[in-house]
Structures are given as structure tokens and as C-alpha cells.
Ligand binder design. Structure first.
Ligand code: ADP
Ligand code: MG
Length: 339
């Protein structure tokens, strides 16, 4: 007797949720990425109790068409790519169509969205992946997404959540990365009503750095600017005097996406070479731009890792650009003050 059967959508979503939704910060990341992809200029995030009780993301983006609201929660449903070849040309943060079904499978979701200026919106409520309500409602253009009681129906996962402070720390990190990747968007993060991050959205990356790391850190930054045939590099790196004890403050952003890449970090550290004390790391917010075909973001569901098609060239370019900047700024002999 044949025993193999295709799992129903509900179970499949719960399985996928295990990969996409690791903790509250993963929900924040996915929802904010969707808001960015929707062309928002404002994104407000409110979380309660480290996101374990509720996460709400309000954007002023293009909204979801009434006919798409339910479809958006289907697995592999996306408006961002259509063809296999699009995978080599990704310009949006999302493309896998996994976030909404995964989040909805393990929480209680309420979505209010409108793609028009007429005050007409759609409201949908889904609990544990099951549709509860789908109705007309009043609402402005944009999307207002609330996720309550994350992991309420997966107690084994819930048990692994850490303290509210730890979860909040992860959420703040996600928001910092989003803000650094998109200085042209005004972000706020509120926790239990307290504002933890607020950016202006005026495109000034240095202001965002000041909001995250403080004004004195921002003052120690040197502006990067270089271009090669394939790559453009921008952002800021700190003077070697201003260092930190871990590499968490080395952020690399590729085409508007925060990524973790060991090789890029090593290239930057090589550029500092002997300028850094041992076991100290610079503050870096590096923005790289390249043709989407030069970077593969389809490596892992969280899309934090990427692969480069010409990785050695890229690393060499990064090292060279940072080194040149540091040499210009640091090695210029300082005038000795006479007392
Ligand atoms: P992906 O982002 O990979 O396309 P998601 O599951 O995150 O998949 O979202 C599914 C679809 O729902 C998106 O492709 C988009 O069309 C729509 N969507 C989700 N969130 C928003 C939002 N905040 N504003 C507009 N559209 C959205
Ligand atoms: Mg998405």
C-alpha cells in the first residue's frame, strides 16, 4: 500500500514557520521588510512584552488589493517575482512568499490594509492559520499588521523564548539594521509605549548612526565613497581610535538589505590592519550597491546570508576603498602643537 502523501497546507505552513519565525524579532523583520517593499516612507513598530504579547507594524505603503488579501497568506504567494529567471534579478527584500503564511500559522494575526485613498480597507483575522474574519472596514492607504500571542499554539517553541529584555534586544537589532539600510524611511520602535528608536527618514545615514550609537560615535565616522565597474560603496567607518570589543557594530548592507558576511568583515578589518588594537573592532555601516545578478540572496529563508559571484574582486575592492580612506585621514602627519 502506498504511504506517501502530500501534507495539507496547514501543516506545511507550521513546518515552514519553524524556519522563518524563530522568535519575535523574526516577525518584526518580515513585516518591516514587507513594509519597505511596499514603498513606505513611514514604518511604525509597536511591541508589547518583548514582542511575545503583541507586535504591530503600521506602514504607509501601497497596501494590498482587496482581491489579494487572502491570497497573500497562501504559501509561496508573492507579488514580487513571477519567473524562475527573476531569482537572479531580485530587487525586493522579500520574494519567497513564506512570511505571512508562516507567521499566521503560529500566532493570531489581524491585518487592516488598503491600496486606495478612498477610506475603504479590508480587515482579516487569522488564528493559528485558520481564517476567522474577512470583511470591509475603514482605513487609510497602507497596511496595519498586528501579531498577537506568537507561538501560542506551538508550546515547545514558546518555551525556548528568552526574557523580555533578550527578545527586545533582538527586535532593536532588527530595527537598527532596517534604519541603517533605509535612511530614507522614517522608523519608530516603541516597546510598551516607550520610544526606543526614532529616525527622521530624510536620507541622512549619519543621523541614523547617531540615533543608534550616539552622537559622539557619529562624530568619529569617516565617509566612504568609491566606485568600480561592478560596485559602488558608501556609508561610514570609524576612526581607528573609536573601537568596540566585538564585531556586532560592523554592518554591511547590500542593495538595501542588511547581510552577514564574514568575507566582507575580514576585508574591512584587513584595511585597518595594524591601526586597530588587538581584539578591537571598528564601527562600520557600509552600503554596497551592485547589479542584483552579482549577489545571490536565495541562500537561507532568513535571507541574512548571501553569496557573491565575484567574491574575491568584491573583497579586494572593499579592502582597497577602506584602506585608501583611512590612509588619507589617519596617516596624514598630525601637526605637533607647540606648548
Ligand atoms: P514576500 O514578501 O516574499 O512576497 P510575504 O508572505 O511576506 O511574501 O507577503 C506576501 C505578499 O503580501 C507580498 O508579496 C505582498 O504582495 C503582500 N504584502 C505583505 N505585506 C505587505 C505590506 N505591508 N504592504 C503591501 N503588500 C504587502
Ligand atoms: Mg515578505
Amino acid at each position: 500500500m502506498a504511504k506517501v502523501q502530500v501534507l495539507d497546507e496547514h501543516i506545511a505552513n507550521q513546518i515552514a514557520a519553524g524556519e522563518v519565525v524563530e522568535r519575535p524579532s523574526s516577525v518584526v523583520k518580515e513585516l518591516v521588510e514587507n513594509a519597505i517593499d511596499a514603498g513606505s516612507t513611514r514604518v511604525d513598530v509597536h511591541v508589547e512584552e518583548g514582542g511575545l504579547m503583541s507586535i504591530r507594524v503600521v506602514d504607509n505603503g501601497e497596501g494590498i488589493h482587496p482581491d489579494d488579501v487572502e491570497t497573500a497568506f497562501y504559501r509561496h504567494a508573492t507579488s514580487k517575482i513571477t519567473h524562475g529567471r527573476d531569482l537572479f534579478q531580485i530587487t525586493s527584500l522579500g520574494f519567497r512568499g513564506e512570511a505571512l503564511p508562516s507567521i499566521a500559522a503560529v500566532s493570531k494575526v489581524e491585518l487592516l490594509t488598503s491600496d486606495a485613498e478612498d477610506g475603504q480597507a479590508r480587515r482579516i483575522v487569522i488564528e493559528g492559520g485558520r481564517l476567522q474574519t474577512h470583511e470591509d472596514a475603514a482605513g487609510r492607504r497602507g497596511t496595519d499588521f498586528t501579531v498577537k500571542e506568537l507561538f501560542y499554539n506551538t508550546p515547545a517553541r514558546l518555551k525556548y523564548m528568552k526574557t523580555i529584555q533578550t527578545e527586545l534586544g533582538h527586535i532593536s537589532d532588527v530595527m537598527y539594521r532596517m534604519a541603517m539600510s533605509h535612511p530614507e524611511i522614517a522608523f519608530t520602535l516603541r516597546h510598551n509605549g516607550n520610544t526606543l528608536l526614532q529616525t527622521m527618514g530624510n536620507g541622512d545615514l549619519l543621523q541614523v548612526i547617531a540615533a543608534i550609537y550616539g552622537t559622539s560615535a557619529a562624530k568619529s565616522m569617516l565617509q566612504l565613497e568609491a566606485e568600480s565597474l561592478d560596485y559602488r560603496i558608501g556609508g561610514f567607518v570609524s576612526l581607528p581610535e573609536w573601537t568596540r570589543s566585538n564585531r556586532n557594530a560592523m554592518s554591511t548592507i547590500i542593495n538595501g538589505r542588511f547581510v552577514r558576511n564574514y568575507g566582507l568583515n575580514q576585508a574591512i578589518l584587513k584595511a585597518y590592519h595594524t591601526l586597530l588594537p588587538i581584539n578591537r573592532y571598528p564601527l562600520v555601516v557600509m552600503q554596497l550597491e551592485m547589479h542584483p545578478s552579482l549577489v545571490d540572496v536565495n541562500v537561507h529563508p532568513a535571507k541574512l546570508e548571501v553569496r557573491f559571484s565575484k567574491e574575491q574582486e568584491l573583497y579586494a575592492f572593499v579592502e582597497e576603498s577602506v584602506k585608501e580612506l583611512l590612509q588619507r585621514q589617519v596617516l596624514i602627519p598630525k601637526v605637533v602643537k607647540q606648548s
